[in-house]
Structure formats: structure tokens, C-alpha cells
Design a protein around this ligand. Sequence first.
Ligand SMILES: NC(=O)c1ccc[n+]([C@@H]2O[C@H](COP(=O)([O-])OP(=O)(O)OC[C@H]3O[C@@H](n4cnc5c(N)ncnc54)[C@H](OP(=O)(O)O)[C@@H]3O)[C@@H](O)[C@H]2O)c1
Length: 212
Amino acid sequence: MRIGILGAGGMADALGTQWARAGHEVMISGRDAAVSASRAASMTAQADGAVVRAGGWAEAAEFGEVVMVAVRQAGLAGVLQAAGAALRGKPVIDVANAEGPFDPTRPIATMIRDLTGGHVVKAFNLCHVDVWRMTPPVFDGRPLAVPLCGDDPAALAAVRTLVTDLGCTPVDGGGLARATLLEATAAFMIGLWFGGADAQAVLPPISHSGVA
Ligand SMILES: NC(=O)c1ccc[n+]([C@@H]2O[C@H](COP(=O)([O-])OP(=O)(O)OC[C@H]3O[C@@H](n4cnc5c(N)ncnc54)[C@H](OP(=O)(O)O)[C@@H]3O)[C@@H](O)[C@H]2O)c1
């Protein structure tokens, strides 16, 4: 599929390179055309023969059949405005985490939906960018599971494909109203990691989850 990426930073690089390798057409975009072009060239060099393009915000939004929003929270509203109406009705992947204290009254995913009219799917926000560079992300023999929250079946199906292309397992996380739980989970887990705790160790295996 054609994937437009709003952003030319770490997440654009990590996920965009993987998807280009998997045979998708990828266009990244950023504030500085020269920086985006240079990032696209380095992605192309690692993409097993695929060419990664660079363009402006609106160009990448138009290009994508699926569009991933991967800009810092401070720039989100401005970038989505610059992307224009092209996101209306399209699958839009939201990878964002809150910067600064987490505010449950200001969910990022629904803000993106309201600003774009896109079919937003929240995903990929729980792991550090370097995990998304792994080929594949497998830990102790288990492929990484990636929860998705979204309302539109076609958008969810497209993102499930992109998760599978990374060698990961998609997990149904419920509707977009639950995306704020993913944002809260990221804030909580990142706090544990930065405090030196093994966040993965706080959850028991399913055999001990109380589910019959
Ligand atoms: N890094 C991670 O480990 C990680 C993991 C999960 C989720 N995320 C989320 O992924 C998103 C992107 O993170 P990233 O690591 O890719 O960040 P990044 O490497 O800093 O790149 C972010 C992109 O946003 C642009 N940007 C930054 N501030 C902007 C502003 N005020 N206006 C317009 N554009 C702006 C940057 O442009 P310039 O290059 O011009 O600065 C760059 O293209 C964030 O929402 C973050 O919470 C990150």
C-alpha cells in the first residue's frame, strides 16, 4: 500500500524503513525539506532496493492510502492543519505519546480524529523507537504483540497488515475511545522504565490472569 508519513524523525525512519522493505511505497515529510530528503535517502539505502520518497506535509497526506502521524505533540495541530483535508476518510495511524505530564482529559487520538476526519487507529506507542527497528521484534521467542484501538474496520485491517509486516502480532484493543488507555499505559510504563523497574514484569502470564 502507499503509506504517507507526517514526520521525518525516529518513528518515521524506523517504521517507514520496515514497511518499505516489506514492499510498501513510503513517503515521509517534515519541517525542513533538506532534512527530510536526507532521511529518505538513508531509509532508501536500508530498504532492500525500495525507494523512500520525501515531500511536504500535504504531499505526504495526499500520497498515503494510509497515513501515519509521527510528529511531536507540540507540532501536531499545526502539521495536521498543513496536511489539509487529505486525511478525511483515510486510515490515520496515531503513534503519539504525551509529552510532559499525562492528561487523561486531553486524549491525543481523538484530537487527531477531530482535526482530520480520518479513521484513526492508535498503535505502536508502547515501545521505544529502537524496538521498531528490530527485524523482527521477538523477545524470549515471542513476537511482540501490538494493541490497536480504532473504530473503522477497514482502517483496522490495514494497520493489522502493517503490524504483521513487522513480524509482530496485532491485538484488538477496542474502539478509539479506549486509545486514551494506551496513552495512559505508555505514560505509566515509561515512568517505570525510567525509574529502573522492569515494566514487563508487572504483569503475570495469561495462565495466572484470572481468566478461566
Ligand atoms: N521515540 C520513541 O521511542 C517513540 C516511541 C513511541 C511513540 N513515539 C511518538 O512518536 C512521535 C514521533 O516521535 P519521534 O521519536 O519520531 O520524534 P522525532 O525523532 O523528534 O521526530 C518528530 C518529527 O516531528 C517533527 N517536529 C517536532 N516538533 C515539531 C513542531 N513543533 N512542528 C512540526 N514538526 C515538529 C520533527 O521535525 P524536525 O526534524 O524538524 O525536528 C520530526 O519530523 C511522537 O508523538 C512520540 O511521542 C515515539
